[in-house]
Design a protein around this ligand. Structure first.
Ligand code: ASP
Length: 423
């Protein structure tokens, strides 16, 4: 890669960061100091900011399905033998489940320490319309991984089904070699096209991020947070611990790589996830950053990153763990040790069932509350301030996927440590 190109890309990440900060400042200024005026409310905030921000988000989402399909088919074809593929798969899933359970334990610990719901009384809260997660039996959830019709899975963006289909196609391409060279080339070229498209869309990121953040912050003053400050503080603290202590300790332990370097290089991706609050839209950038800056081969990341964005939501389960304690305390309901075990189990399952798009964690929270008999109306109370937590937990969700990917890649000789060390 030429020196000038490198410089341009470095410039882009910095620009994303600056626009994130500028967006937050602009949003807060607009909220507190701008008069309610047609031009500001309708043209600027709900017009320009909304259209440009959402337009950028849609462009990112447009990349996801074709990118995951092409890069996963190529990744599986490159690994070739099913034994290695199986080993990578099992390790990844075990790691994902372990970090989720760890995240919930951190969340419950912090929540019991801060006691966010003590002193609040939600018993008088009116029943609100709260979306209830559809609880389907475990057997159905498992069966649902197999697509009945791969084309409908692609059309509806069902990530797990796409992953399964793409891996099977990749394995067969590796097996049939020259016989299927044409199709193999088709996916490889598709992959190249999607990578180029990712770079094109990413060049718009500074503008998109600015508009998304400015719109969000202009709508929320600090007042909205006040009654729920303790709850928010508990969630944010647990998220920080998971992101900067638990993950980094695991990274150091399993790979010996520098956590500081990892965070520095991955920060723009976190910033991007924070602005968009969607793990799915972050998939292309995550794969690209892991490859370019950390030397993690696409062979691994093309499989583990989309899988993580679909089933590994540690940040979401942290919010759910704290929310359970908060709602129980606010309703004056005592949870038994057995209830906590149930919460750990159901929140881990809920994390698997939470799609990587904004706010879904709140919907699957109803499943966790129901499992220990807590009133789901409590969700209505925390809904108002969830956006900012959603943004933060999404950044943690995708960091968990990236740490796991780096560890699994290192264990499979698919991580170029020289690239990782390079500044
Ligand atoms: N927004 C989260 C994500 O995309 C999911 C959630 O917790 O609502 O990872």
């Amino acid at each position: 890669m030429s020196e000038t190109k490198k410089k341009r890309k470095l410039g882009l990440t910095t620009r994303i960061f600056i626009s994130l900060l500028l967006g937050a400042v602009a949003g807060i200024l607009l909220h507190y100091f701008a008069p309610h005026h047609y031009f500001i409310d309708d043209i600027l905030i709900n017009g320009v900011f909304y259209i440009v921000g959402q337009g950028f988000l849609r462009l990112m989402q447009m990349l996801v399905v074709p990118l995951v399909l092409c890069s996963l088919v190529c990744g599986a074809a490159a690994i070739g033998d099913t034994k290695t593929l199986g080993k990578v798969g099992v390790r990844t899933v075990v790691f994902y489940i372990f970090t989720t359970a760890l995240a919930i334990c951190v969340a419950l610990g912090i929540a019991k320490l801060i006691n966010p719901g003590v002193g609040m009384d939600l018993t008088a809260l009116e029943t609100t319309e709260t979306a209830i997660a559809q609880q389907q039996p475990m057997s159905e959830t498992l069966l649902d991984i197999i697509p009945k019709n791969p084309f409908s899975a692609l059309a509806s963006g069902n990530m797990l089904q796409i992953i399964v289909f793409a891996i099977i196609v990749g394995i067969i391409l590796a097996k049939l070699q020259e016989k299927t060279q044409l199709i193999h080339n088709f996916f490889q070229q598709g992959n190249d096209i999607m990578m180029e498209m990712t770079m094109m869309v990413m060049s718009l990121a500074p503008v998109g991020v600015f508009c998304l953040i400015a719109k969000t912050f202009s709508g929320m003053g600090f007042d909205a947070f006040r009654p729920l400050l303790k709850y928010m503080a508990a969630v944010l603290l647990a998220l920080l611990i998971q992101c900067f202590i638990s993950y980094q300790a695991l990274l150091k332990l399993f790979t010996g790589l520098s956590p500081v370097k990892f965070i520095k290089k991955f920060l723009p991706v976190m910033g991007f996830a924070f602005s968009t609050a969607t793990s799915n839209a972050t998939i292309p950038l995550s794969i690209d950053t892991l490859e370019r800056k950390m030397g993690v081969s696409r062979r691994i990341s093309s499989f583990t990153i989309p899988l993580g964005a679909t089933i590994n939501m540690d940040g979401t389960s942290i919010m759910q763990g704290v929310a359970v304690v908060f709602i129980a305390q606010a309703y004056g309901i005592l949870l038994t040790p057995m209830d906590y075990v149930t919460v750990i189990a159901t929140a881990t399952l809920a994390s698997i069932g939470t799609a990587g798009v904004p706010s879904v964690g709140l919907v699957t929270l109803s499943m966790v509350l129901a499992s220990v008999g807590l009133p789901i109306e409590g969700i209505g109370f925390i809904m108002g301030i969830d956006r900012i937590l959603d943004m933060t937990r999404t950044a943690v969700n995708i960091t968990g996927d990236a740490v796991c990917t780096t560890i699994v890649a290192c264990q499979n000789d698919a991580c170029d440590k020289e690239t990782f060390q390079r500044d």
